[in-house]
Design a protein around this ligand. Sequence first.
Ligand SMILES: [Mn+2]
Length: 246
Amino acid sequence: MRVAALYDIHGNLPALEAVLAEVDEAKVDTILIGGDVASGPMPAETMALLEARSEEVRFVRGNADRVLDFSGNPGGDLELWRQSRLWVAEQIGERRLELLAALPLDETIDIDGLGAVRFCHGAPGSDEEVITRVTPEDRLLGLLEGVAEQVVVCGHTHVQFDRKVRDKRVANAGSVGFPYEAAPAAYWLVLGPDLSFRRADYDVARAVELILTTGFPNREKYARDLAEVDPGRPERVSRLIEFGPD
Ligand SMILES: [Mn+2]
């Protein structure tokens, strides 16, 4: 069994298209969608593209897949966040909303060369907890308590990493649609027989233009952040997520 892990697509259709073109070449059996699939500028088109795949597609739930759950605090402009979520809900419709809200938090898949691999959005059993490349080992060990699998794949913090802690390997698959990496592209992961971190390049300038034509309320900030180029960004954002502002 080989798996393509596609995390944090966030309704970025051109990024997903670029990744799926590479998935077609990667000879995988299953696509694992790691949460936060639709919330973004092209939510219905993103869902439809995944629904049309011929291979098995499995999902774990991300915090943003609880589209109409406003209990979290994303920081920034709360009203804009609310409006954006309501717009996404309207675009994808009732059936997909219910499907996303009911997704499991974890999936375990047996993978060639790796054994049982646990997939989750934030951390095992959580779509909100954060793990980054700078998470202190003590805290990470706490999050992995009771996890039987040797390999854990998460997302949510939008920066790829590959960490070893005691006998476990913890990887972040990266974000397809909204990465906080040094350069804009679509980041994903192939599992089996090892972990292969991937980066699919696509025409980000064209994607930005397309995003700005949508009705997504947060399109301007989304487009701006998507196009950011900064070699220090993965480290800076990881530290900000982990430890808060200086
Ligand atoms: Mn998330």
